[in-house]
Design a protein around this ligand. Structure first.
Ligand SMILES: Cc1cc2nc3c(=O)[nH]c(=O)nc-3n(C[C@H](O)[C@H](O)[C@H](O)COP(=O)(O)OP(=O)(O)OC[C@H]3O[C@@H](n4cnc5c(N)ncnc54)[C@H](O)[C@@H]3O)c2cc1C
Length: 252
């Protein structure tokens, strides 16, 4: 979905799909394409038709990442990991059969997909391994009442988010469009992911070390610290989510 100048304002995507004799020719650059360096296909949102309403005229395509004209450029995370890429599409031919869904329905399709992406466990459990690690560490020493209280508050909040997330999953099963609820879960969930890191550090001050034994407390802390800034950005920033929530509440 995202491009250099189209993140929050996704409807401004500049990647174009032009009609050819037997399909489409895609031109543009996508940012943050996860796994494009190892995967076979990517799903690309592109403009197929000019329309007064910016949300109309968008379509999705399944693109073969080994097709001529595809160039994958790494985007390194702060941890140095290569998970994401800039995906350059330089006149890539895509057959008709690889149009995903309906021509012109791209906006409706991506907002539906985002409701799935925003409400799942990966939106509130990214830093959960650090909490498990804290509990293991506390088992090794006598924990104070204050430490246990902080852990209890985190556990209670996680339980609450889990119930909300399951509620959205149930709504998705009924073919409802719980976009507002999903945005709410992501805003609450990603903030809790950050709070969890702060709480773990205050309960058990530890020096983060990305080179420590994998799975050890200092390594998990380093991982959480280096990845946390992305949690409230990927899948839509919290400011954008609150706009969606506000509009949703107004409609009700
Ligand atoms: C680790 C990571 C993984 C990602 N994975 C993917 C992926 O798999 N697929 C994909 O398509 N994209 C992905 N993204 C891109 C992500 O969706 C965008 O970064 C995000 O939507 C924000 O867009 P932007 O970076 O262009 O920032 P901008 O849109 O330029 O926003 C900059 C700042 O301005 C604020 N802002 C912008 N507009 C408003 C407004 N109207 N009201 C209030 N505040 C506003 C934002 O909240 C933000 O703080 C990923 C990003 C990261 C960091």
């Amino acid at each position: 979905m995202s491009e250099k100048s189209s993140g929050s304002d996704l409807a401004s995507v500049a990647t174009r799909a032009e009609r050819t004799a037997d399909g489409w020719r895609l031109t543009g650059t996508k940012m943050w394409t996860g796994g494009a360096h190892v995967n076979d296909y990517a799903i690309v949102l592109a403009r197929t038709d000019e329309a007064e309403d910016r949300h109309a005229g968008l379509s999705q395509f399944i693109v073969d990442l080994r097709a001529p004209g595809v160039r994958v450029e790494p985007i390194r995370l702060m941890s140095g990991e290569h998970r994401f890429n800039a995906l350059h599409l330089e006149g890539v031919d895509v057959p008709d059969g690889m149009l995903l869904g309906q021509r012109g329905d791209g906006w409706k399709q991506v907002t539906g997909e985002l409701a799935f992406e925003r409400s799942g466990p990966e939106r509130y459990l990214s830093t959960f391994p650090l909490l498990v690690s804290l509990l293991r560490e506390l088992e090794q020493r006598p924990a104070t009442a204050e430490q246990l209280t902080e852990v209890g508050v985190l556990a209670a909040r996680l339980h609450g988010i889990r119930r909300l997330s399951l509620g959205v999953a149930a709504a998705l099963d009924t073919e409802a469009s719980p976009d507002t609820q999903a945005a709410l879960v992501k805003d609450l969930g990603t903030r809790l992911e950050g709070t969890l890191v702060d709480t773990v550090r205050s309960v058990l001050p530890t020096t983060a070390d990305p080179h420590a034994t994998p799975g050890s407390h200092p390594e998990l802390l380093a991982f959480a610290l280096l990845h946390s800034p992305g949690y409230t950005l990927r899948g839509g920033t919290n400011e954008i989510l609150r706009g969606i929530i506000t509009r949703g509440l107004e409609q009700h």
